[in-house]
Design a protein around this ligand. Structure first.
Ligand code: C2E
Ligand code: MG
Ligand code: MG
Length: 678
């Protein structure tokens, strides 16, 4: 018996587990099976004759559009759609279509196969969410995996200038500036991998072509099976914040006088560019530029002219240097430049020379023509160092070299100079803890009276017992201590140790013993406060100040101001004696010394060494001795090494001799031994 075809069809239709809905050419519902009833909660009687749009959720433009544009032919891929069932129940479906041939000349219809997928949201909940989205100030957007925009809230309309109906269905790329298109690929890749992207700050295009700075947070959207099917994006306008940040950044990185980078920003750039040059295997150069005679301009023409001059220097540096070079002002009259790519070190030197030439040209500022110059130090990466610190140090040393050589020139350290500079840097680091860790020692060199060969006096000379390098002489570390600002602490230690030792010797050996100590310029500069503690200390040791001789060099009196003169008078009034050390190497006049009430002149060893009968030096020392005596000063000859020198000195009436002929500087025990033997 043939099977009743309509009955069979009816059974298949009603028995299908899939919801089946047939539509006519106007997209009105003509068939509605029981699975559809189960899915949406509507009985066939309620739905037949209704437009398909009846299943579209309120305020869901996208779903409505989708339903209106269902393909006429068999769809290759099932659609996804969020539809509304009875009582506001949201139904998420996967939807396939098949064309239905039209009867009796009617237009063809459509058969929909629907299967529930994903979770369904209660409409109330969904509406709450939608209200949140609609009222948010942030742009909230969803897109599918092809990067096509699928929803767009009013916040996004305000942010980007596109209305939802204009932009939905368009690619996300519409919003992305040409030079940032790669970002979208990157973001999509991460989203597909299930990653979330938090607060990604970037630039996006508005409809009118202007750009807007946004912070984007993007999260993958998944289906019920957990597969990523798209992404949601929240975009926040950060233009105002960025602008504020830029202003702050500008102040933190730019030198207000010249508009160049400041020291901090330069440090950052240097580190970045070093990392780059290291990975690219490139040579780069660091230039340290210090102006010559700037201080004089500032002092004579005023700070205003000084500032204008600094600005012009900045401009000249820009003219000499290239576009990609970095220029900064380190502070004061010091500038730095980075040349990110140099072929040979000689190239960097050529640039440095051009800079010093450019700065030697006269400037014209408010009718004045201040003449300055520039000393430039060059350090090349990697030849002269690989770290920022080392390059800065070498460029700095080289710059000082240029200055010492007269300024207005460029220099780079030789390998030997670099090694010495590094050695000094290491020693400097060791010196800081040396004082507190008791690594300093004093040695005592006897000072002998020619008249009777007696030794009642010694000069205390400092040594550093370095834990690895052994005993170091002051020539190696006094300049470092000065650089590190440790000289006053060191001098204080010398004073305390020498006077402690002297008090002990005077008690045990001879109450007439004296000791002389060397002062440095910075101690005199520190003024009377520094020495106040010293008188107190002498009282505590019951040492008369006259037991102490303070040695200062000529230079310390010549350059220094009235304050120094005043201070030396105070020291004299207290009873301590003053000796002028290394006499003959500076420019002081004997009459100046007498005014200062100095007791001793120590003739520098360079004269004593060259003293021979008939030589100029002999005549000179003789003249010094006789003039000093006329002014009431006593003379100590330094560096007496030979009996011949001793004889000549004695013959001319020199008062004291100090030198290897009699004794080298001795540790305290040995000095004590000598005194006892006398
Ligand atoms: P200075 O005060 O002129 O000390 C004399 C220097 O000549 C000492 O060198 C001494 O060892 C050396 N000398 C002594 N006799 C002879 C000799 O016959 N021939 C030769 N060639 N040299 C001789 P030293 O100890 O290396 O000290 C060098 C300088 O370091 C001192 O010159 C002094 O200016 C400074 N100095 C030493 N100790 C101190 C200190 O405690 N404080 C300060 N501020 N400076 C110090
Ligand atoms: Mg001395
Ligand atoms: Mg000396």
């Amino acid at each position: 018996m043939p099977i009743d075809c309509p009955a069979l069809l009816h059974t298949l239709f009603e028995g299908s587990a899939e919801a089946l809905i047939a539509l006519d050419a106007e997209r009105r519902i003509t068939h509605w099976n029981s699975a559809a009833q189960q899915l949406f909660g509507y009985a066939a009687a309620e739905m037949l004759g209704q437009p398909l749009l009846a299943l579209s959720p309120a305020d869901r433009r996208r779903e409505s559009q989708q339903l209106l544009t269902l393909p006429e032919t068999e769809a290759a891929q099932p659609h996804r759609a969020l539809l509304a069932g009875k009582n506001g129940r949201m139904v998420s479906v996967s939807l396939r279509t098949r064309p239905l041939p039209g009867h009796d000349g009617q237009a063809p219809g459509l058969l929909l196969f629907l299967r529930e997928c994903g979770t369904s949201l209660d409409l109330q909940q969904s509406q709450q969410l939608q209200a949140l989205v609609a009222n948010s100030d942030d742009g909230i957007i969803t897109k599918d995996l092809n990067g096509i925009i699928t929803s767009w809230n009013p916040g996004a309309e305000r942010l980007f200038g596109w209305l939802a109906e204009e932009i939905i269905g368009r690619p996300m790329r519409t919003l992305i500036p040409a030079d940032r298109q790669h970002e979208e690929d990157h973001i999509l890749k991460r989203l597909v991998a299930g990653e979330k992207i938090d607060h990604f700050e970037t630039e996006r295009l508005r409809k009118d072509g202007s750009t807007v700075f946004v912070s984007v947070t993007a999260s993958p959207l998944r289906d019920a099976q957990g597969l990523v099917v798209g992404a949601s994006k929240i975009a926040r306008d950060i233009g105002v914040r960025l602008q504020a940040e830029r202003v702050i950044h500008h102040h933190a990185t730019v030198d207000p006088v010249t508009g160049l980078l400041n020291r901090r920003a330069f440090g950052e750039r240097l580190r970045e560019m070093l990392a780059q040059a290291t990975s690219d295997g490139r040579r780069m150069a660091l230039l340290m530029i210090d102006l010559d005679r700037f201080k004089a301009v500032n002092d004579t023409l005023g700070h205003h002219v000084g500032d204008l001059l600094l600005r012009q220097v900045g401009r000249r540096l820009r003219q000499v240097l290239r576009e990609g070079d970095v220029i900064a002002r380190q502070g004061g009259d010091e500038f730095t430049a980075l040349l990110p790519q140099v072929g040979q070190p000689a190239e960097a030197m050529a640039v440095a020379q051009r800079i010093s030439q450019a700065l030697a040209e006269p400037f014209l500022i408010e009718g004045r023509r201040p003449a300055i110059g520039g000393s430039v130090g060059v350090a090349v990466f990697p030849d002269d160092g690989r770290s920022a610190e080392l390059l800065m140090q070498h460029a700095d040393e080289a710059m000082y070299g240029s200055k010492r050589a007269g300024g207005s020139r460029a220099a780079r350290l030789s390998a030997a100079e670099q090694a010495a500079a590094q050695d000094r840097a290491r020693l400097l680091a060791d010196l800081q803890p040396a004082i507190s860790q008791g690594q300093l020692r004093l040695v005592y060199q006897p000072v002998r009276r020619f008249a009777d060969g007696s030794v009642l006096r010694s000069e205390a000379l400092v040594r550093w017992a370095h834990p690895e390098r052994g005993l170091l002489g002051p020539g190696l570390f006094i300049p470092l201590a000065e650089e590190a600002g440790l000289l006053n602490a060191l001098g204080d230690w010398v004073f305390r140790e020498a006077t402690r030792q002297l008090a002990d010797w005077r008690r045990r050996l001879n109450p007439r013993l004296q000791v002389s100590i060397n002062l440095s310029p910075s101690q005199l500069r520190a003024g009377s406060d520094y020495f106040r503690g010293w008188s107190q200390h002498l009282r505590e040791l019951a040492l008369p100040p006259s037991a102490l001789i303070l040695e200062i060099t000529e230079g310390m009196m010549v350059d220094d101001s009235r304050d120094t003169t005043h201070l030396l008078r105070r020291i004299r009034e207290h009873g301590a004696q003053i000796a002028i050390d290394d006499f003959g190497t500076g420019y002081s006049s004997l009459s100046q010394l007498s005014r200062l009430d100095v007791q001793y002149l120590k003739v520098d060893q360079s004269f004593v060494r060259q003293m021979q009968a008939g030589e100029r030096e002999l005549a000179l020392v003789e003249a010094v001795v006789s003039m000093a005596h006329k002014l009431g000063l006593q003379v100590v000859a330094e560096g007496v090494e030979t009996p011949e020198q001793a004889r000549l000195l004695q013959a001319m009436g020199c008062d004291y001799g100090q030198g290897y002929l009699y004794a080298r500087p001795l540790p305290p025990e040995e000095f004590e031994h000598q005194i006892r033997a006398c």
